[in-house]
Design a protein around this ligand. Structure first.
Ligand SMILES: [Zn+2]
Length: 168
């Protein structure tokens, strides 16, 4: 996983599956369709709720005209059959907000190029594990971006540790 800095990003479901620790040091956007898909992720529910409450994760649905524009381009290119409704929604949102989309999904990546959306893949292909520093709450067993000092959920001091991150 790359360091993402402090920019704002639009996240597809894949980005959430890659791990949630980066979410606590960046402002992100996703759509309600993607959020519905990822909120069941094991151990992530309270973190997702907290990120939404603290406004670090904003759930925004794109305007109809952007959704239609994405359909128009991807039907023409043949990508639409490989894209879920959730995929279409994040592509449309990235268009609308003019922000970088984070995704490791090949069909989404391809469609993003056609739509001139800037896209950032998270995974490091060909490498089995990457190691990165994270901050970790012993009470909540929750990992965060390494710059955070206190747990967003319980407020306890975080420990730093190395984590092996498995890219999908
Ligand atoms: Zn905690």
């Amino acid at each position: 996983m790359k360091s993402l800095g402090l920019s704002e990003y639009v996240l597809d479901a894949n980005a959430f599956y890659q791990g949630l620790s980066f979410l606590s040091f960046t402002k992100s956007y996703t759509t309600s369709l993607v959020f519905a898909e990822v909120r069941h992720l094991k151990g992530s529910y309270s973190l997702l709720e907290t990120l939404v409450e603290t406004d670090n994760l904003r759930i925004v649905d794109p305007d109809e005209k952007y959704v239609n524009a994405v359909y128009g381009v991807t039907i023409k290119s043949g990508d639409s059959i490989k894209l879920s409704k959730a995929d279409i929604s994040v592509l449309a949102l990235a268009c609308q907000l003019n922000k970088t989309l984070i995704s490791d999904d090949f069909a989404v990546e391809n469609a993003a190029r056609l739509l001139r959306i800037s896209i950032m893949p998270l995974g490091t292909k060909g490498i089995k594990y990457t190691r990165k520093w994270i901050s970790f709450c012993r009470t909540c067993e929750m990992g965060y971006g390494s710059y955070l000092k206190d747990c967003l959920i319980c407020g306890n001091k975080l420990k730093r540790r190395f984590k092996r991150v498995a890219p999908f």
